[in-house]
Design a protein around this ligand. Structure first.
Ligand code: NAG
Ligand code: NAG
Ligand code: NAG
Ligand code: NAG
Length: 297
């Protein structure tokens, strides 16, 4: 009897070890309260589980990475799917900027990168260099002429460079309308983003919070991740940056899987709320103070 239990226990252990060494990387964060992320710069997890990439200050950047690297052995079968929800809230009185990116990087240390149009991904010397080992999906809310940006509200796929290999104005394919509907990245409202990679093709889709994943991706482009990551190891995370254009940039939830089929859907009812950063509030407070003042007189 005891021996039998022993055997079962041993089999279980071997099983567990096998599973963990097999890179079980699959997770879902409906808010980041329970998440163990590496953060730097102005990035941090706020009390209600909201991941803040940038606060209301200018010329700043923030990064958040999953601490465990993602490894792929057979490049041919390498695939992943991810779904996240973000919100970009312009600072009252400022034009919002600069933008955020979903990042695949050989290193978690991007502290030597620059803010503003570099989006916390590159600096002047790493921009355009194959030794950067960075692939990113940018949600760019500023027009940076030096990087051939198409407008100040676009989505792009970046490979070792901020000059995107593909970019398009932020939009989603509406099944009901049968056409593309544009999305204002700086609306302050939650936006869903999906990134799917399989067979060397990277797809990006966007949609407002209440809309299902569109049947057609917004961007679809060949990307050879084995080429960008010769060590077959990468870190997954987010970057955000501000300049003289400032936004509060948040990630509300994040789901990831090696497999499109087993990707868990985020529960939008469990996501943290996006704080409103309205100038109105301060005026209201001021009004209240004034009325109190008069009342006292
Ligand atoms: C750019 O970043 C690299 C690596 O992150 C660093 O070694 C280099 O000193 C930085 N260069 C500038 C000009 O900041
Ligand atoms: C929607 O936008 C994408 C990306 O710009 C484009 O490839 C596609 O043709 C557009 N679809 C429609 C129906 O306009
Ligand atoms: C990417 O989009 C293309 C075109 O819509 C589609 O054929 C392909 O299956 C998609 N790949 C993934 C991994 O979603
Ligand atoms: C991707 O890059 C790797 C490494 O450079 C190469 O061996 C492979 O053939 C490339 N795959 C495709 C589909 O181009």
């Amino acid at each position: 009897m005891a021996q039998g239990l022993h055997l079962i226990w041993m089999i279980l252990c071997v099983h567990l070890i096998c599973i963990s060494s097999q890179q079980e990387i699959e997770f879902i964060y409906n808010g980041f309260s329970q998440a163990d992320l590496y953060t730097d710069g102005v990035a941090k997890i706020l009390t209600k589980g909201l991941l803040q990439l940038t606060d209301g200050s200018g010329q700043k950047m923030g990064h958040a990475f999953l601490k465990k690297p993602f490894e792929f052995n057979s490049p041919g079968s390498f695939s992943f799917s991810t779904h996240f929800v973000c919100a970009l809230v312009p600072k009252p009185g400022s034009t919002g900027g600069h933008g955020i990116a979903f990042v695949l990087s050989a290193s978690m240390d991007l502290t030597q990168a620059d803010a503003t149009s570099f989006l916390g991904l590159f600096n002047i010397s790493t921009q355009g260099s194959p030794s950067s080992h960075i692939v990113a999906v940018e949600l760019d809310t500023a027009l940076s002429a030096e990087f051939n940006d198409i407008d100040k509200n676009h989505v792009g796929i970046d490979v070792n460079s901020l000059i995107s290999i593909a970019s398009t104005p932020a939009a989603y394919f509406s099944e009901i309308e049968g056409q593309n509907e544009s999305i204002n990245l700086l609306s302050g409202r939650a936006i869903q983003v999906w990134v799917d990679y399989r067979g060397g093709v990277l797809n990006v889709s966007l949609a407002p919070l209440k809309i299902q994943k569109p049947s057609r991706p917004l961007l679809s482009r060949s990307v050879n991740l084995s080429e960008t990551f010769p060590d077959k190891k990468l870190f997954l995370g987010f970057s955000g940056a501000t300049g003289s254009l400032i936004s509060y940039q948040y990630i509300l939830g994040w789901s990831f899987s090696r497999n499109k089929e087993s990707l868990q859907a985020l529960d939008v009812t469990k996501l943290p709320r996006v704080p409103s950063h309205k100038a109105k509030k301060r005026n209201q407070q001021r009004c209240l103070l004034f009325s109190l003042f008069y009342w006292l007189l």
